[in-house]
Design a protein around this ligand. Sequence first.
Ligand SMILES: C[S@@+](CC[C@H](N)C(=O)[O-])C[C@H]1O[C@@H](n2cnc3c(N)ncnc32)[C@H](O)[C@@H]1O
Length: 220
Amino acid sequence: MEIDRNVADTYIAENYFHRKFEKSDGKSVFVSQLVCGDVGCVVWDSAIVMFHFIEKNKSFFSGKKVIDLGSGTGLIGIQAAACGADAVITDLEEFISLMELNIKNNLHIISGTIEARCLRWGSDVSDLSSPDILLVSDCLYYDESVLPLAKTINDLSNENTIVYLSYEIRESEAKKKIVKDFFNIISKTFTVQDVPKHLLDEEFCCDDIKMLKMTKIKFS
Ligand SMILES: C[S@@+](CC[C@H](N)C(=O)[O-])C[C@H]1O[C@@H](n2cnc3c(N)ncnc32)[C@H](O)[C@@H]1O
């Protein structure tokens, strides 16, 4: 499937909903979403906030090893690779073809490297080395994932890894509990801080999307 880069910012064709995310240099990242499918087949608002955070802080990413967990369409990792990172975008097996399609859509703007890999949270990660930066956007949304996600973040990080984690504050008590449980676990091994406001894009940030920076606690 070829995407048409000259039409409107969004359009639907062949069961795909195509979206364009503009960068500051006049280039764009083109993402194909599936019209029907599980949560990973569309870009979530937390990812849009992170996309513009990466754009505003390109120098953090250039030349760095980046892993994106629960990448879905791949937008965030593709953006990191377009800013010069060597990125691995990961998700469940069913999203590999969508991530590969979106890599193909954007090869012309990637100045680093990128590959899509299957990575189920909680599984063995010994075939991946610790990245400089781990990206996690909108992955705190169901109870069973809390422990395995925290384990994967912990297993992949070394003391120099910076984890950027974004999530949407949702109103239901069940969703609030998931977030609380996750931070109760992760804060045993990570320092968790808000990303300072001046590093976020003024237009693409809001109070109900949190952007956090986490680093592993150095136990002596
Ligand atoms: C709400 S989507 C977020 C997608 C993308 N990061 C974004 O912000 O647009 C959550 C993603 O986590 C993935 N996911 C859920 N459970 C997972 C698991 N156990 N292992 C790996 N990925 C998982 C889903 O397939 C989906 O792509």
